[in-house]
Design a protein around this ligand. Structure first.
Ligand SMILES: NC(=O)c1ccc[n+]([C@@H]2O[C@H](COP(=O)([O-])OP(=O)(O)OC[C@H]3O[C@@H](n4cnc5c(N)ncnc54)[C@H](OP(=O)(O)O)[C@@H]3O)[C@@H](O)[C@H]2O)c1
Length: 177
């Protein structure tokens, strides 16, 4: 093989490798570590959520919503879902049931910010108390709720940052006693 021919086939291989790398990166969102961990876990740790009850707070959209679907697919026994928008929780419950009707989805709406206010803190206290009375076997609680803003700092009211900060921290004060 001539030197020129060899260089061309090496270039071809490199371009093919780069193209495959880019396509794979696109589909796995460039997150190789998560992808490999997930692959290994699925292969060796089957049904790790079977017979488990998981409470996901912030389950009406985004990461929390898709976590509910993954838990249903992983045969969780029960997923309790919370957030403020009950109609969105109903939608998530329906979609989860369509994936696996054996995974029970329980809706318990709550606004975590009510815990921050003395006048309303009791509302969440009662919701949490009732939940633990109904289900005393909760294995995992996922505190996923939160909010963010994507505008420029100079265009954003300080009060919005204050609200974001509050919702990101306040959930840890939910009264679990
Ligand atoms: N997406 C990302 O790239 C990313 C990156 C780093 C960190 N995070 C964090 O991961 C978490 C989830 O992110 P996401 O992108 O999935 O956000 P998202 O789609 O906005 O979901 C936030 C969830 O929190 C709930 N929530 C907000 N305020 C609440 C309150 N006062 N009481 C009860 N529930 C409340 C929302 O439901 P309701 O509106 O129905 O209450 C919703 O279910 C957030 O904490 C976010 O900051 C996200």
């Amino acid at each position: 093989m001539s030197q020129q021919h060899k260089m061309r086939s090496e270039q071809g291989l490199f371009i093919l490798f780069a193209a495959v790398f880019l396509v794979v990166s696109y589909f796995i969102d460039a997150d190789y570590i998560t992808y490999v961990s997930h692959f290994i876990r699925k292969k060796y740790i089957k049904n790790s959520f079977q017979n488990k009850t998981i409470w996901v707070i912030g389950a009406s959209s985004g990461i929390g919503e898709y976590l509910v679907y993954e838990l249903a697919k992983e045969n969780a026994q029960r997923v309790i879902i919370s957030s403020r928008r009950e109609e969105e929780l109903e939608r998530v419950k329906k979609a989860s049931n369509a994936l696996n009707s054996k995974c029970e989805v329980v809706i318990r709406p709550l606004d975590a910010l009510k815990s921050a206010n003395e006048a309303t803190a009791n509302v969440n206290h009662e919701i949490v108390q009732r939940l633990f009375q109904d289900y005393d076997d909760i294995d995992i609680i996922v505190l996923n709720l939160g909010s963010s803003q994507r505008g420029l700092a100079m265009d954003t009211e300080l009060s919005l940052y204050s609200a974001i900060f509050e919702v990101m921290l306040i959930h840890i004060t939910l009264d679990y006693k």
